[in-house]
Design a protein around this ligand. Sequence first.
Ligand SMILES: Nc1nc2c(ncn2[C@@H]2O[C@H](COP(=O)(O)OP(=O)(O)OP(=O)(O)O)[C@@H](O)[C@H]2O)c(=O)[nH]1
Ligand SMILES: [Mg+2]
Length: 149
Amino acid sequence: MGKILLIGGIGAGKTSLKQMLMNEQVSYQKTQMLNFSQTFIDCPGEYLEIPRYYHVLIDASHQVTEIWALQDATKQRTFYPPKFAKVFNKPVVGVITKIDLPKSSLEQATSYLTYAGIKTPFCPVSIITGEGIELLRQRLEGLNGLSNH
Ligand SMILES: Nc1nc2c(ncn2[C@@H]2O[C@H](COP(=O)(O)OP(=O)(O)OP(=O)(O)O)[C@@H](O)[C@H]2O)c(=O)[nH]1
Ligand SMILES: [Mg+2]
């Protein structure tokens, strides 16, 4: 059973993406602590934004198959330190969120994820238009080896 750790800054869209992929109603609720479900480990954005919490992310990464690192495309800053992806001994997939918003910049988000040591291709997504969601769903199903759906 594949499992994914979602990381990203506060409000990057981790919980919304999880809700969408799990076919749950997408409703805003700030994540306050590590949240375990069958497929995802979701965490508060603070764990990336505040370096003294990095160890929590690293510990959680030991329980997953891969890590999805979200970058909000509307943000003019990144919380990923250079080569941050290298601290995980697992594959890290770059996911660019909120691409439906007019002030989003794919280019800027791409450069932040690259700076974080994550390899292209990245997955641009929007929970509003649904763009990119199908690709991530397929990736999930691939991890879970689903064949009878
Ligand atoms: N327009 C737009 N808004 C989005 C998208 N994804 C998330 N949001 C909004 O961004 C806000 C934050 O989303 P969350 O999913 O709660 O973000 P999070 O990364 O879980 O945040 P924390 O739990 O605080 O770490 C919510 O109001 C979402 O509706 C998107 O693709 N497009
Ligand atoms: Mg959340």
